[in-house]
Each structure stands twice: as C-alpha cells, then as structure tokens.
Design a binder for this molecule. Structure first.
Ligand SMILES: Nc1ncnc2c1ncn2[C@@H]1O[C@H](COP(=O)(O)OP(=O)(O)O)[C@@H](O)[C@H]1O
Ligand SMILES: [Mg+2]
Length: 402
C-alpha cells in the first residue's frame, strides 16, 4: 500500500504540468543571447578594449552602476567575443575575471593575488608565503610571453572595503614591472561613490576610461523580461500584465533587472506550488513578499551576536505597536539581555554604531530629532513588515539561545 502511494507521488510529480519549460532562463547563471538597452555600454567597452587585438595596451576602465544594471553581463559578453576574435587573428590575449565578492577571494591582499596567480596556472598555498613573493609569481607567469592581459575585477568595491586600496595601487603599477606582457585593468563597482575614498593615484589610473550603467526604467526591464520569459515559460502560462507588474516593482527602487527576474521566477514557482496553469498578477505580490521575507531572514541570520541582541531589544520595545522608541530605552533592555545571555555589555557609544549599521541594513528606521537645548536623540522603529516579524523573532531567539 505504501509503495503504491510513493509511486503515486512520483507519478503525480512527473505528470504535473509546470508553468515553466526552462526555468534556468530566469536564473543568474543564464547568459542571454540578446542584451537589449545596453548597446551604448557594449560598444563602449568594446571600443576601449579593441586595441588589444593589435597588441596595444587598452586603457584601464572603470565601470559603475547600481546592482542589476547589466555590468557583469556586458563585460563578460564583450570579453568572450574578444577572445574569439583574438584567437582568429592570432592575437595573444588572456582574460582573467575575478568576482571579488565570491568565495571571499578578495578578503585579503594575499588571497586576491594568490587567486590571480592560480588563474594563470600557478600553484600558491592558501597562506604562508610573503605577499611580495605571490605578486612575483603572478607577474612572472604572465610575463613569460608577449601578450595582453585583461584583468577584470568585478565588485571591486568589496575588495577595497575588505582589504584596502594597496592591492589596487600595486596592480595599477604592474606594467612598470613587466617586460613582455601588458595588463589592462577593468574595475566594476556597484557602489557609485566608490572612488570617493580611494587613493587619488589609483583613482586616476583605474579611471583612464569610465563608463556608467544607468538604472533601467520599467519599460526597459519589461523588454528584458519579455525575452527571457519566452524561453522560460510554457505557451500561455504568462501574460503581459504580469511582466509589467514585475518590471514596475523592480523599477520602483532602482531599475534592477536581477530583482525583476527573481520576482518573475518566484511568481512562477508559487503558481506551480498551487498547481494552477498560469501565473496571474497576484503571484507577483506574493513573490514580492516572499523575497522580502527571505532577504531579511538571511541578513538577520548572519548578523554578529551583539547586533542580533541590539535588534532583538528593539523588537521587544516595538512589541507590535508602531510607536517609536529611543536609543536610551534600547540600551536599558540591551544591558539586561546581555546579563541573561552572558554577552559582554558594550558601551552606549558602540551600541549607537551598531544601531547605525542596522539602520543602513533597513532593519531599523532611525530618525534624528532635536530636543532643543537638551541636544539630539534618535527615534527608532523596527523596519520590517508584520509578515516577517514572527519568523524573524523565532530566528533571533533560537540563535541567541533564549
Ligand atoms: N540588458 C539586459 N538584457 C538581458 N538580461 C539582462 C540585461 N541586464 C541585466 N540582465 C540580467 O539581469 C541580471 C543582473 O545583471 P548583472 O549583469 O549581473 O548586473 P550587475 O552586474 O550590474 O549587478 C542577470 O541575470 C542578467 O542576465
Ligand atoms: Mg555584477
């Protein structure tokens, strides 16, 4: 009997119609053939890099724009095509692409340079060598023949955030050390204010050429979605208004194509889960809720214990109402909870910093208010919606051991 049941479950699963025929077309891994609304940027990158086909060093290039504006996609596409053409023309070219945020490869200068050396086939231990030596290994490996090396550092803001700008300074001066090879640097940043804080020499060297990726507007995002949805969804399972809604939601904050693709994918998954045969607009709202919940959950889960405790204190103060509370109240509760959990009590000043960070993450909404001659204070509210509250509270309690 049980066997028959199990078989039935699998049968059902196999027979159940999905709204998708190729869900992968909505994933980040997927590289679309067609890249609408980025002609200017594609030809911009291509023009900067083209001299490498004549063995001339292209100018360094600095690319910036908010997340989901197609920077990674465009640079990878242009580089891939460049490799194909270089091969045909027998131009010696090597493209090295590193995403500084992935697998913590850029968390220290050592790690990044070791990774670069590995990309060109050298074996470097994960720790232990002097950093200079790792640089030398990398330099020697690329300098063993005449060639142009295009070094793409994606999410370069993360690199600088983690390990400072020394490594960039060293890399921008690399050509002075090389006899045969020439290196062109491409830096890609999601943070548009990234160059404000870095060494001016790095700034001017990296920014020999600059290219901006503006956010997409809702109509442009809809075009992107239309292309991808034709590949992803079965005939008749999706309609124009659903695409428009995803596009409008994604354009609301800033025109983020990744966000739009996520919304569309999750809407489809929720429709599948309900066993309906097409995605209607309501599923976009449900998808928006689900994504927001999942995001908050991930952020809270990875906070350090002290920040979790500060956030939890705010939770208790808010206690379902929408009245604001103040830093001082929060500090009182926080101190009591510290004693309960055995965590060290941080100074009020440090707690203020942590509150500032939570505000930046959107977990708190803070507003500075003046109290006239009594100075200023911060008015706080918990910044997450009621649907996420309970789940987040449970998470905090289990992680903090309450
Ligand atoms: N013009 C476009 N056409 C098709 N897909 C796009 C376009 N722009 C962005 N995308 C898709 O949106 C997502 C985010 O793009 P990505 O290049 O990673 O953005 P960024 O690097 O600027 O954060 C990717 O899945 C990408 O394939
Ligand atoms: Mg990117």
């Amino acid at each position: 009997m049980q066997q028959a049941n199990l078989e039935g479950i699998f049968e059902d699963f196999m027979n159940k119609e999905s709204v998708f025929i190729n869900k992968d077309a909505l994933s980040i891994r997927y590289k679309p053939e067609n890249i609408p609304h980025r002609d200017v940027q594609i030809s911009g990158v291509a023009k900067v890099l083209a001299p490498c086909l004549k063995l001339e060093r292209p100018s360094n290039l600095f690319i910036y724009g908010k997340t989901g504006t197609g920077k990674t996609l465009v640079v990878q596409r242009v580089c891939r095509q460049l490799e194909v053409t270089a091969l045909k023309k027998q131009a010696p070219l090597k493209v090295i692409y590193v995403n500084c945020k992935m697998k913590r490869v850029a968390d220290t200068e050592y790690r990044l340079v070791a990774q670069l050396a590995r990309e060109v086939g050298e074996e470097v231990p994960a720790t232990g060598l002097p950093t200079d030596e790792v640089y030398k290994t990398f330099f020697n490996a690329i300098d063993d023949k005449k060639q142009i090396v295009i070094l793409v550092l994606d999410e370069i803001d993360w690199l600088v955030h983690k390990s400072g700008d020394d490594v960039l300074y060293n890399l921008t001066r690399i050509n002075q050390e090389l006899e045969n090879a020439k290196v062109c640097l491409i830096g890609i940043s999601n943070d548009v204010t990234f160059t404000d804080g870095i060494d001016p020499r790095v700034k001017s060297s990296l920014g020999e050429e600059e290219l901006v990726f503006p956010p997409y507007d809702a109509l442009q995002i809809k075009d992107i979605l239309s292309d991808r949805s034709r590949i992803a969804f079965a005939e008749g399972c999706i309609n124009e208004s659903v695409l428009s809604k995803c596009a409008a939601y994604a354009a609301r904050d800033h025109g983020d194509a990744r966000r739009a693709l996520d919304l569309l994918r999750v809407a489809g998954e929720l429709a599948d889960r309900d066993g309906v045969d097409s995605v209607v607009e309501d599923y976009v709202d449900m998808a928006e809720d689900k994504i927001e919940r999942d995001n908050i959950f991930e952020v809270v889960k990875h906070l350090p214990a002290q920040s979790q405790l500060v956030f939890y204190s705010g939770f208790l103060l808010q206690n379902g109402s929408d009245k604001p509370f103040f830093t001082g109240d929060l500090f009182d509760i926080y101190t009591k909870l510290c004693k309960k959990t055995g965590l060290k009590v941080l100074t009020q000043r440090r707690i203020s910093d942590l509150i500032g960070e939570l505000d930046m993450l959107g977990l708190f909404n803070a507003r500075v208010i003046s109290k006239g001659r009594y100075g200023r204070t911060r008015e706080l509210r918990v910044g997450i919606g009621p649907t996420s509250m309970n789940k987040v509270r449970e998470l905090l309690e289990s992680q903090l051991g309450f």
